[in-house]
Design a protein around this ligand. Structure first.
Ligand SMILES: Nc1ncnc2[nH]cnc12
Ligand SMILES: [Zn+2]
Length: 345
């Protein structure tokens, strides 16, 4: 992954020791090939690859869509509550090792309900893992139910209707709503009505914008969907007025550097705009997006950026501090984690 330098173990140790929140993570994107094969066997499903190695070798992407095709196919092995539990627990164990104290996890229920998996099964498996991790690993977690933007808004409304009866049972974890999948040609305004409804219902709102789509989608996600955070947002840089606004309003951007590299949003990590945006005073955070597909979990993303962009320890601590500030944790929990960071963070 790091073509120029060998990873510095002392720097990795420093990164892991910073209390961090992960705010942009698709739980279906944490399904490692080994577990995918195990679940396929458990559920009597045949995968179109003979081995783990052959599957991993297929993870070479040209753009977002070429990734999404494999990602939705891979999720087809998730059938039973235990499958969702095992996948989520595996992520949370890794998260703990990386020094993640809080994770806000997106999931795509439409990927599962369209295959006949009940909404209850999805919530039950992920939800039980989040509660077990809180109790046994000391990692807290929230859920963000994400709508698939390549599907019609009517499908998002019916997904919301299917999930709402579960809200009381998952009140401690289901905090918000997101918007993901193919961005180009699926602008924020397509989901204006369902986001307005979610806002009335009291959900926290986020949306992917400015990953492959234009800066105008970032502005529309803020003004039309009224989201509190932008997932990715890296193409905001093409609009100087928008950049000034993001800095002034401290709008959090959940940037995913290794994802952007693998999906060819930037030609190399050295060309990534994370450091430029940070140094311009934007509220940027670092996240892993779909770590099983993009070759790195959260600490790998921090380390790769430190090495490719020359981030120093103070900047790494600022990124960790931003992740806590931009989370949906209550103020007293934010203060508790911020107190454990260097004073410069
Ligand atoms: N990076 C990404 N962009 C849009 N949709 C996604 N779903 C999973 N990962 C995604
Ligand atoms: Zn994403």
């Amino acid at each position: 992954m790091h073509s120029h330098t060998r990873p510095d173990p002392r720097l990795l140790q420093f990164i892991r020791a910073l209390p961090k929140a992960e705010l942009h993570l698709h739980i279906e994107g944490t399904l490692e090939p080994e577990l995918m094969f195990e679940l396929a066997r458990r559920n009597g499903i045949e995968l179109p690859y003979p081995t783990v190695e052959a599957l991993r070798a297929a993870y070479r992407f040209d753009d977002l869509q070429s990734f999404l095709d494999l990602y939705y196919a891979g999720a087809g092995v998730l059938i039973q509550e235990a499958d969702f539990y095992d996948m989520t627990m595996a992520y949370l164990r890794r998260a703990q090792r990386d020094g993640i104290v809080h994770a806000e996890i997106m999931f795509d229920p439409q990927t599962h309900t369209a295959r006949g998996v009940p909404m209850e099964t999805v919530f039950a498996g992920i939800g039980r893992a989040l509660r077990d991790a809180r109790d046994t690993l000391g990692v807290s977690g929230y859920l963000l139910l994400s709508f698939l933007r390549h599907l019609p808004e009517a499908d998002a409304f019916s997904t919301l209707e299917q999930a709402l009866p579960l809200r009381d049972r998952y009140q401690d974890i289901w905090m918000g709503i997101g918007l993901d999948s193919a961005e180009k040609g699926n602008p924020p305004e397509k989901f204006a009505r369902v986001f307005a409804r979610c806002r009335e219902l009291g959900f926290r709102l986020v949306a992917h914008a400015g990953e492959e789509g234009p800066a105008a989608y970032v502005r529309d996600a803020l003004d039309i969907l009224r989201v509190e955070r932008i997932d990715h947002g890296v193409r905001s840089e093409e609009d100087p007025d928008l950049m000034r606004r993001l800095a002034q309003e401290k709008v959090p951007l959940t940037v995913c550097p290794l994802s952007n590299l693998r999906l060819c949003v930037f030609p190399s990590l050295e060309d990534h705009n994370l450091a430029r945006m940070l140094r311009q005073g934007l509220m940027v955070t670092v996240n892993s997006d779909d770590p099983a597909y993009f070759g790195g979990y959260l600490a790998d993303n921090y380390l790769a950026c430190a090495e490719s962009l020359g981030l120093d320890e103070a900047e790494l601590a600022t990124l960790a501090g931003n992740s806590i500030r931009a989370s949906f944790l209550p103020p007293e929990q934010k203060a508790q984690w911020l107190a454990r960071l260097p004073a410069t963070a």
